[in-house]
Design a protein around this ligand. Structure first.
Ligand SMILES: [Zn+2]
Length: 339
């Protein structure tokens, strides 16, 4: 059995004037070859939403929502080649038939993920997020050299408009942030948690000079015990409020994996480089990215290819998230980044 971990971040525009962001952390567990299940760590409740071809419902009985795999593609350079249409009906089938939408989403992924990186992103999944998730990544090789990215087609066309408010652009950048901070060059999957002296990501032991280990050692290690002890929703909220100056968004405080994906996203979309206040931990985290030539290459590439509306600061968007309750970091799935 191969266990792989998957993390999802969700962005939703609930209305033009009032944005509600629901961010998810998701795990995919590969059970043999056939069965795949996803658990979502929702920001607004404790529901776990397993997803499979059988469309299993909620464990815990709080929310029953359908998330469905629709079509799996193989990535071949600039192209995607259909590998599998999942058995779906009704509205899901409509999304499956509408391959123009799949292609439009892929065209955006293609702009954001550099060509030389596509060999690492070997599969592309179109799925239905049903308002619970907007995207995910999962490693589909033992050594973390190959990854699958999934994008929720319903979220990509929220309110019928593609990439409304640049939300899917933002999701794709965030998911790419996961791949580049968790892939083989950054994380050694052959070292177990017990043997790992650096940050253990869930997928493996982060390499000493990896960005996620640098982030963890400098900005998480000192509060790790407190973080791990913050179990209730209130405790998590209190943890965030106590340390909010460390985080680019509330979601970033979910675990180091989500933190670095959010930091990467902010680093890419925000103009103007690192702000001068070196005492600010968000700026220190963004500086980790500026200190890495590879990250700068990613940034330059992505900024050339995204629209102006997508180049906003997450901290500005973050003000819209104030009413959100907290992501549940204590789900196994969420802890996979940080445990
Ligand atoms: Zn994420």
């Amino acid at each position: 059995m191969l266990n792989n971990l998957l993390f999802v971040k969700k962005e939703l525009d609930m209305s033009i004037t009032k944005k509600l962001r629901i961010l998810n952390c998701v795990i995919i567990i590969f059970l043999g070859i056939v069965m795949i299940s996803i658990q979502s760590c929702k920001k607004d409740d404790d529901a776990i939403i397993p997803v499979s071809e059988q469309n299993t419902d909620v464990d815990g009985g709080i929310v029953k929502k359908e998330e469905k795999f629709i079509t799996l593609y193989k990535v071949d350079g600039d192209h995607i080649i259909k590998e599998k249409d999942f058995k779906v009906k009704g509205k899901f089938l409509e999304f499956q038939k509408d391959t123009k939408k799949h292609q439009q989403v892929w065209n955006l992924v293609k702009k954001i993920v550099p060509i030389e990186y596509r060999s690492k992103m070997s599969e592309f999944m179109i799925y239905f997020g049903n308002g619970d998730s907007a995207g995910y990544v999962v490693s589909n090789s033992n050594d973390l050299s190959k990854w699958q990215m999934g994008i929720a087609v319903d979220d990509a066309y929220y309110n019928g408009i593609f990439d409304s408010g640049g939300e899917i652009t933002y999701t794709i950048i965030h998911e790419l942030g996961h791949i580049i901070t968790l892939e083989k060059a950054q994380v050694n999957s052959t070292i177990s948690e017990d043997e790992c002296t650096n940050f253990f990501t869930g997928e493996g032991c982060s390499r000493k000079k990896s960005n996620i280990n640098i982030l963890y050692q400098n900005h998480w290690a000192d509060i790790w015990g407190e973080f791990k002890g913050s179990n209730s929703e209130t405790a998590k909220m209190n943890f965030y409020n106590k340390y909010k100056e460390r985080y680019v968004t509330p979601y970033a405080s979910t675990n180091p994996g989500e933190d670095i994906a959010e930091v990467f996203t902010e680093f890419v979309i925000r103009s103007g480089g690192v702000k001068v206040n070196v005492n600010n931990r968000v700026e220190q985290k963004i500086k980790i990215m500026y200190d890495d030539k590879e990250m700068i290459k990613f940034r330059n590439h992505i900024r050339k290819n995204i629209t102006k509306k997508s180049k906003r600061s997450l901290s500005v968007l973050g003000t819209l998230k104030n009413t959100h309750v907290f992501a549940n970091r204590n789900k196994k799935s969420c802890l996979s980044h940080g445990d």
